[in-house]
Design a protein around this ligand. Structure first.
Ligand SMILES: C[S@@+](CC[C@H](N)C(=O)[O-])C[C@H]1O[C@@H](n2cnc3c(N)ncnc32)[C@H](O)[C@@H]1O
Length: 263
């Protein structure tokens, strides 16, 4: 499949190199704070975004990056190989260090980038529409799955969304952790002038799909963060129209130890 959105436009819009703060990163660092260390993580629908998986790579032994779009995996590979012309994610790597209360000077950023690169176990094609998105050998394999802004942006209906979330969860081992984020109540999002469909889901939908699948109710953390728009009402209205959403859903939880057959 050809690229979905233009990678430069996507990164320029959502991950501008001069951004000082990012709510997803802040939340992710908080979620990773009590990770016991080690294990194998998967960034499902990784796109071209290095920011989040590089933060997770710091606390696991290895991380696999998976996406449906080969061109996006090629861009990830260029960063991992530190190729000439590869995108520069140092701002976001510094942000992750800062949020974790660590030094975030240039040397610390370079060291963290090297660590993240070294921990990549592989880049894989995946298809979340399939019951085994990475093939049957990967079922129940991962200690941690990141599902960031993915299932809602590719599903064609709420029924599909629910099924594809379950496909994502099936990659976790019993007791494994899911960390996900989604645009809340969003029916489209724009990258540049192009508009893309999106399934409107709520925090309640996340809670329901996770509980139903077998996430521990006591370990479920689901929250929404409103988007910050300017005070100027007209400007805010225009930005809402461009964004197509006005809140972000963050959802994390631990799968119970029940065997696969119980799901
Ligand atoms: C909105 S992007 C999210 C990228 C990244 N996780 C982030 O947070 O910036 C959605 C991603 O889903 C991928 N995708 C599209 N169809 C898919 C499918 N059937 N299975 C898995 N991923 C898919 C796209 O290639 C794209 O990288």
């Amino acid at each position: 499949m050809a690229i979905i959105w233009d990678p430069d436009k996507y990164v320029g819009q959502f991950y501008a190199p001069d951004r000082r703060d990012d709510t997803t990163m802040a939340w992710l660092i908080g979620e990773l704070a009590d990770w016991p260390g080690g294990g194998h993580a998967l960034d499902l629908g990784t796109g071209v975004t290095v920011a989040y998986w590089a933060a997770a790579a710091a606390v696991v032994d290895q991380i696999t990056l998976a996406d449906y779009t080969p061109a996006y995996l090629a861009i990830q590979r260029s960063w991992i190989e530190d190729a000439t012309g590869a995108p520069d994610w140092s701002n976001y790597i510094g942000m992750a260090l800062r949020y974790a209360g660590l030094p975030s000077d240039a040397a610390a950023v370079a060291q963290r980038a090297a660590l993240a690169r070294a921990r990549v176990a592989g880049l894989m094609p995946c298809d979340l529409t399939r019951p085994d998105p990475l093939g049957a050998a990967h079922r129940g394999r991962y200690d941690l799955v990141l599902g960031l802004y993915c299932a809602e942006s590719i599903a064609g209906s709420r029924v599909e969304w629910r099924g594809w979330m379950r496909h994502a969860f099936s990659l976790l081992r019993p007791g494994g952790r899911y960390i996900g984020a989604a645009l809340g109540n969003c029916s489209y999002y724009c990258v540049g002038a192009q508009r893309f469909g999106h399934i409107p889901v709520s925090a309640g939908d996340y809670r329901a799909v996770m509980l139903e699948y077998g996430f521990a109710a006591t370990d479920l953390r689901i929250t929404t963060v409103p988007e910050q728009f300017p005070d100027d009402a007209e400007l805010a209205r225009q930005m809402r129209a461009v964004y197509g959403y006005d809140e972000t859903i963050f959802a994390a939880g631990r799968l119970t130890e029940a065997p696969d057959a119980a799901r």
